[in-house]
Design a binder for this molecule. Structure first.
Ligand code: SF4
Ligand code: SF4
Length: 473
């Protein structure tokens, strides 16, 4: 197989020989100070890094240059994303699954876990609970099961979620993380109004992938790896990549992930909208030997910093799998979206609490409520945001990326973050959070770069206080 980033064949755009050659090249240059300095400068100018360049920085064994990599990632993060952090929550719809992924407790052979699928009435209760916390963005998750979770079920759930209006609450953007599917089904998801379609590769190493997915539709490496191209064909132009760090060798997966981003850019002229960085963690009925490649915290942070440098305009997401401490560090290095107050079980926001049944996919390390996370962000100098404006204004795919690359998007992001934080304060925040937010809003308002939008924001903030909602730029 020949390496070709513009090919539609999985093993050509994620090419094993190219990855092996990249890793050899990185090893040969891991102490090449001149090259490493040059690459850091290139990244500091927001020019990104190729998979080969980023691999050299990952291999870099010079302590002072590694410090420089972290410092540069912080600068790039601040320049492009400011101090804004977008908040979302996962919603698990069903844990029925026909796959046998060895690292996931939902695998078909697990007989201990309670299997559940939410009815539309249960979804309504879960969504009301999420709205009452203040969430506006959801990420739907479901196992793969043609009988229990067909596409019609997912579409019905999306429709239900968008239709629920409780007090001032509303879910304004539904992102989806479901199994690889057909162009036709992606088109249906697009027509149902989803935001981003996420699908994690888990590992890009084909041999490892096949060992980790012995049976079920997900065992087809090519079908899984080519899914984002089918999603694009179906009209979904915001797609989210990710690998489960620690499953296979992190260097291989890091290079594969960036090659996948380059492939999307080469074929669809727009790279991934987001990259998620889940790290494997213990779970029910999962063999601990699966974790033999576990990635320690300092290395994980370096991976986050280098993704920030390699694809500066791609949002980065971290879940509550990680502790508050690691999440805090990741926010500095490049993460722009985090979940808050998450439950990783089916019915976890209302139903499960009542019955005390465990159907969780993984343990959450960060167990704070959304309001605690918001207060923590505010105290740390961040600006929490529930903004959903781009997707609702049709600023997706390359339309979004061109605004992001010229920096124009920052005006919208800043104003919308302030609008949504004000709404949160009026409707959901505890008094201490409200007070902290008041100071942050005052300090952040003058930072809206565009005068007209700044003035309009002042008026809209007042209107929110008077009871109006859902302003967006
Ligand atoms: Fe099923 Fe997804 Fe878990 Fe695999 S990772 S067993 S596909 S829910
Ligand atoms: Fe995201 Fe667009 Fe809102 Fe900025 S304006 S936070 S890019 S949705």
């Amino acid at each position: 197989m020949q390496y070709n980033p513009a090919s539609r064949v999985a093993e050509e755009f994620i090419n094993d020989e190219e990855i092996q050659a990249t890793l050899r090249y990185a090893d040969e240059h891991k102490s090449d100070r001149e090259l490493i300095e040059k690459l850091i400068e290139q990244a500091a100018a927001f020019k990104g890094l190729s998979h080969r360049e980023a691999a050299v920085l990952l291999a870099c064994d010079q302590a002072d240059l590694n410090e420089k990599i972290f410092a540069t990632a912080k600068k790039v993060k601040e320049h492009i994303y400011g101090n804004r952090i977008v908040l979302f929550a996962p919603l698990y719809l069903s844990n029925y699954c026909v796959n046998t992924c060895t690292y996931c407790p939902y695998h078909a052979k697990n007989k201990h876990i309670v299997r559940k699928k939410l009815t539309q009435e249960q979804i309504e209760r879960e969504v009301i609970a999420l709205q009452d916390m203040g969430h506006k963005r959801l990420l739907l998750e479901a196992g793969e099961h043609p009988r229990y979770n067909p596409i019609e079920y997912i579409l019905e759930c999306i429709h239900t979620i968008y239709s629920i209006k409780h007090k001032n609450g509303a879910i304004r953007r539904v992102n989806i993380n479901i199994a690889a599917t057909t162009v036709e089904n992606y088109r249906k998801l697009h027509e149902a109004g989803i935001g981003t379609y996420q699908l994690f590769q888990e590992t890009y190493n084909k041999k490892e992938y096949e060992l980790l997915h012995p049976k079920g539709p997900k065992s087809d490496y090519a079908y899984h790896t080519e899914a984002m191209d089918r999603a694009q064909e179906g009209g979904i132009d915001d797609v989210g990549l990710g690998v489960l760090f620690g499953l296979s060798l992190y260097r291989y997966d890091f290079v594969g992930l960036l090659m996948h981003a380059e492939h999307l850019e080469a074929v669809w002229s727009v790279g991934p909208h987001t990259i998620s960085v889940p790290r494997i963690c213990p779970a029910d009925d999962v063999d601990p030997s699966t974790f033999s490649n576990a990635v320690p915290d300092d290395l994980f942070l370096k991976i986050v910093a280098l993704i920030r440098l390699a694809v500066p305009y791609t949002g980065m997401i971290i879940s509550t799998r990680e502790s508050a401490r690691v999440r805090g560090k990741c926010l500095e290095m490049g993460v722009s979206q985090i979940s808050g107050g998450s439950r990783t079980s089916v019915g976890g926001y209302v139903i499960e609490e009542e019955k005390e049944e465990n159907s969780a996919q993984f343990e959450t390390s960060d167990r704070r409520t959304l309001d605690e996370v918001v207060k923590w962000l505010l105290d740390g100098g961040y600006l929490p945001s529930w903004c959903t404006a781009c997707y609702r204004a049709g600023r997706t795919g390359d339309r979004f990326m061109s605004l992001a690359k010229t920096g124009e998007i920052a005006t919208y992001c800043q104003a919308n973050a302030l609008m949504t934080l004000k709404e949160y304060c009026e409707d959901y925040a505890r008094p201490a959070t409200r007070e902290a937010a008041r100071h942050v809003i005052e300090a952040e308002l003058p930072k809206i770069p565009h005068e007209k939008i700044r003035k309009a924001s002042v008026i809209r903030l007042q209107k929110i206080e008077e009871g109006e909602r859902d302003f967006r730029f």
